[in-house]
Each structure stands twice: as structure tokens, then as C-alpha cells.
Design a protein around this ligand. Sequence first.
Ligand code: UTP
Length: 293
Amino acid sequence: MTSESFRKPVRKAVFPVAGQGTRFLPATKAIPKEMLPIIDRPLIQYAVDEAREAGIEEFIFVTGRGKTSIVEHFDTAYELEATMTERGKSLKPLEDSRMAPGSLLTVRQQVPLGLGHAVWCARAFVGNEPFAIFLPDELMVGAPGCMKQMVDAYDKVGGNLVSVLEVPHEEVSSYGVINPGARDGALTEVKGLVEKPKVDEAPSNLIVSGRYILQPEVMDLLATQDRGAGNEIQLTDAMAKLIGKQPFHAVTFGGRRFDCGSKVGFVEATLALALERPDMADEVRAIAKKLLG
Ligand code: UTP
């Protein structure tokens, strides 16, 4: 394969949203985690907006039981549009959350066997093209957005890319960690990848943070991937096998990441974004000051 085959444009994105969201129970008993809102937009919409900004044209949601509202969210809502029009209110919030006809595809992951398995479930839609992956519970805030920064890097180096950020060394065991090679600005060569390493065995404190651009060959590797950490089929293990065969880089995201899969991260994101919203920042700051005494 020539290096040109690793540089096809990234038009498709996979959103694995079939997880059970156990850390947010009971909130996530009947509502998908991805529909929990940060202020007035559900997490999934932040990820979709980030994808749109990066030029993604096809959106593939890997869903499961109880996740239908995620798809509904991007549909046309005629009744609401009629009500808003009657009341002379802006249709913008509804228009912003509507997908272009034919651009949203869904596939079911019947059993949540892990992130790697969820991604593999999208193989027929991905076909023979590079594709992006978004984990919507990781909220990436930046200008440009995280995926746009990654696509810009991809245009230079092609191949496979993961977004990374530095964490305190003692926290690495909860994440996928890279073994870093040569560094050039925000771009770091990836020499190895390990999922949830022990602190003293971690090759660095650079963790993979919820955004990926991968070549389609990863699907063949996932097809035969054994279960790894947590007895789940891990995307990290399949990606690790691409290293040495295809270009593989990490992009240090110039922006902020909020881990909205955790309760504290979710509260942090809500507060941080509220303090930046012109329509509420002053009020929220006053409330925060009062609460802090
Ligand atoms: P998490 O590890 O956060 O798992 O998955 P979870 O089930 O969503 O949440 P907790 O830990 O039980 O609270 C990371 C991402 O991978 C997706 C999730 O939906 C989330 O976007 N995922 C995970 C799947 O789609 N399928 C799986 O089998 C596992």
C-alpha cells in the first residue's frame, strides 16, 4: 500500500453510544448518558457540532437498547417548530440540532462488549475509508475544535491519529496511554499504546482522550481482537497492532477536555461553560461566589 492510501479525506465519523453509563445511575436508567445536557445541549450534540466543524459528512451512531432518543434528537420536530413559530420565537435551537437528510446512520451493538467491539459494529458503513471516532462523554472545548485540529494534522501526516493530553502520573491507570516517540510541536510519533497500565508500567503520562482518526484496516484487526483490560474488546489493543505498519501519531489538543463520564467532570464542565456564556455568566458567577461564601 502506498502512503497515499493513508491520506484519503476523513468524511465519516463513528459515535459509539451503546455504553450503559453505570456511573450515572439512576439518571441513566431511562435516559442515555449522551443525552445528559451541559446547560442546554446534550453531550452528543457537542460532539456532532465538533464533527461538523471538522468537515464530517456522515454520522454513524453505534446505539443499543434504550438509546433511541439520541437519534430522535437530530430529527425534525414539526410540532415544536409550529409552536415556536406561533410564539414568534427563534427556530435556531431546533435547526442547529437537525441532521441533513441521509447523513445519520445507526447500527446496534446488541451486547456492550467494549469500545473496540462498538467500533467494529460500524464496519459496513465505514467501508474502505479512514474515519473519525468521537466518545461524546469527553467534552472537548477549543477553537478550533479538537477534531478540526486533528484533521489539520492528518492533512500533513495522514495515517492514524489519536488526541492526547497530559495527566498526573498516578491517574494513568484509568486510560489508554501512548509510548511517545519524536515530537514536532503538537504532533508526537506513537511507538506503542497500552490500555489501563499499572502506574509503574505506564510508558508516559500522555493519555488518549476520546478522539481518533483511524484507517479502515483497524476493522480487520478488531474482527479477531481478544478481550483485554476489563474483559472488554479494547480499541487500544487493535490500534497498537497498526503501529509500525501505518503512520501513527498523537495530537496534543490545544484546548480543554472535560470528562463528562464522571460526575465531578460533568459538574466542572457545566460550571466552566456557564461562566463563559454571555447570557448567564454574570448570574452564575454571582451564585458561585455566594455558594463559596
Ligand atoms: P465508558 O467506558 O464510559 O462506559 O465508554 P459507559 O458504559 O458509557 O459508562 P460507565 O463507565 O458504565 O459509567 C466509553 C464510550 O464507549 C461507548 C460508550 O457509550 C462511551 O461513549 N461504549 C462503551 C460502547 O458504545 N459500547 C461498549 O460496549 C462500551
